[in-house]
Each structure stands twice: as C-alpha cells, then as structure tokens.
Design a protein around this ligand. Structure first.
Ligand SMILES: [Fe+2]
Length: 356
C-alpha cells in the first residue's frame, strides 16, 4: 500500500548501489575538458537556466517569502555555474569526443543497469569556487516515452516521477559523475542509496577523478558545501553573474557581474564536476519500443492516471477542464505528491575540520 505519501519517498532507491571508481578521465582527457572550459567561457549560473526572478526560485523551493522582505539575488544565489559539452548525439567540441562517446562509461552503465544497450545523452559540467551546501537533497528530472521536456511542463514530469505510477514509461538513465577538487574543506557528494530514511553515503573530497556510477533520477543527492566559509557567499552576485578563467593567472578563475569582478578563485579552491549521462535499454525489444514509439504515454492518459490516483488517496477536487493550465490543479498536484526527502543531512565541513 502506498496510500501514505511518505511511503512513496521510501521507494526512491537507485537500480543498484552507487559504484565508486577512480581515474574517470585520463590526465589528457581532464586537461582537454578543462581547456574547453577555460577557452569557451564565461559560463552562467545553474539557476539562470530556469529562473528570471528571486521570487520564482522561492516559489519552487521553500515557498514562503518572509513578510516585508524585498528579495534580492545575493540572498539566495548559490554560486554554482554550468556549461554543456554535448546534447543527445552531438558532442559540441570535437576534442572531447572520446570523453563523450566513451566505451568505458557505456560499459559501466550497462553493467550497472544490467542492460544490453546504452547511448550517451547528456554531457555537462558544474564549476564553482567556495559555496554553501547545494540546496536540499533532490532527484534529477526525468522523462517518459512520449512525454519529455519538449512537449511537457517540468512540474508534470517531476510529479509523474514522484508518483511512481509511470515507471513503465520512465527513461532508464545512468550517470558517471566525476569530481576534480583539491580543496580541503568539504566539496564532496552526499547521496541516499538506501532511500531517504537510510544512512547517507558521503563521497568526500579532496577528489581528483573520483567518480560514481549512479541513477540520480531515483536517488536523493546533493553537493556538499565547499571551501573556506568566509568565501562561500561572494557579495554582489546577480542572476547574470558569470564564471570564467581569470586572464591574469594561468590556472585561476573569477566570478564577475556587470563587468566587475566579485571574486577570484585560485585553482586549489575550484570544484569541477563532470556529469556524463546515458539512456539505457534493457534489450532489443525495449530499444524498439522506444524508437518506434509503440508504447508512448499521452498527456491525457497521464493526467487521468494522476487524477484517479489522487481520488483513490481520498483527495477531494473537481475534475479540471484544462489541467495543464489550471493553476489550482497544478498547486494541488504539487501538494499531494510532495514526497519530502532525507532529513538526516550530514553537517557541513567548516574550516577547522582541516585540523582533524
Ligand atoms: Fe542533481
């Protein structure tokens, strides 16, 4: 019985325990990856991909804006920046093709899933200096056969994943997440492979090419706080702030906003995460079902299933005439499938932990 929503959260466990590997990329591959990042910046904030105002961020996270407070970006911005190296079949930088069309990684995710086929799908990096913790533990967004970011609003995809009703259509995904971080304070990764009530697994820095093979769509996770506490909140940030190579150094970095430098980051305090993701197909049938679209789910079918499920949970509401655009319905759905997440979050590393 999953009538109780918190039961749903407990079912969020990856297809297999995370597998930790070392030396994800060769020194030469790492050098080429970093060269692309130095050469092709500046890079924007992760938050800039999805949000235009601080109020929007608040609405999707904690929800309540404190009385009489005018929100400003530097109250909520976490200075983590992102760039893309590939999209689906296309690697943007020829010098990184061996990193993306990566036989070793493909073999790893096939083994992790026990699946016959894999295709690289995502290749991106996060880059940052010192930062606070990466928000509450979360699940990465996913897609379903027939319903993807191209035709479906994000809230519906997230709700479908949380409801666990749509596993039959849900994409099977695997990632190899690698870290390069020489800093000595935090900067690792926390995840909950045994469900949100289980013990967190911490993969701690410093790390140089350590990586984890995971299914982050079904495992709560987040990045640890990193670097000296006094440097974690650079002042004057804006949603337009950018991260790039510091031209005054050979290996340092800088954050700038409106043409002014907010912070210079020495190479030792820079945290570089390389996210490689693949789509998996159990066998030839599974591959064919997906590519031939013989078992896609439609919006109507998905919404009807959600509505039936909410009714069976005893939620009372009128059937919306246009559920995709009905704000009251969207809010209701978000509320019903608010599955929560881990609360046993390990304490942040702080400066004096260096002495330990
Ligand atoms: Fe994530």
């Amino acid at each position: 019985m999953t009538n109780n929503i918190s039961e749903l959260a407990n079912s969020f466990r990856p297809v297999a325990p995370p597998r930790i590997i070392e030396g994800a990329y060769s020194d030469d591959q790492h050098r080429r990856l970093l060269n692309v990042v130095r050469k092709h910046g500046p890079w924007q904030l992760i938050l800039a991909e999805n949000f235009k105002t601080p109020e929007e961020v608040f609405a999707t996270t904690s929800g309540k804006i404190p009385e009489g407070v005018k929100l400003t970006w530097d109250m909520i911005l976490n200075p983590v920046f992102r760039g893309y190296l590939a999209r689906q079949g296309v690697c943007y930088y020829p010098e990184l093709e061996d990193c993306y069309y990566n036989s070793q990684f493909l073999e790893m995710v096939r083994g992790y899933w026990g699946a016959k086929y894999a295709e690289p799908e995502t290749f991106l990096f996060n880059i940052q200096g010192p930062t606070p913790i990466g928000g509450p533990p979360h699940l990465d967004g996913t897609v379903f056969r027939g319903m993807t970011m191209e035709n479906t609003p994000l809230w519906l995809l997230l709700t479908m994943a949380k409801s666990c009703l749509f596993r039959r259509w849900q994409a099977k995904k695997g990632q190899v997440i690698a870290w390069y971080y020489k800093g000595k304070i935090g900067g690792g990764f926390n995840c909950w492979p045994d469900g949100p009530k289980g013990a967190p697994l911490q993969i701690n820095g410093p790390m140089w090419g350590r990586a984890v093979v995971v299914e982050n769509e079904r495992m709560f996770h987040h990045g640890q706080a990193a670097g000296p506490v006094s440097m974690r909140k650079p002042t004057g940030l804006d949603i337009s702030s950018k991260f790039e190579a510091d031209p005054d150094t050979s290996d340092g970095w800088r954050i700038s906003t409106f043409g002014k430098v907010n912070q210079r980051i020495p190479a030792e305090e820079m945290r570089f995460l390389v996210h490689w993701g693949a789509r998996l197909y159990t066998d030839f049938n599974d591959l064919k079902t997906s590519l031939d679209h013989t078992d896609d789910i439609t919006h109507e079918q998905a919404l009807n299933m959600l509505i039936d499920d909410m009714r069976s949970r005893g939620v009372k509401f009128e059937t919306p005439t246009d559920p995709l655009r009905d704000n009251a319905f969207v809010r209701l759905v978000a509320q019903v499938y608010d599955i929560g997440g881990p609360t046993n979050i390990p304490a942040d590393a702080v400066d004096n932990s260096i002495a330990a």
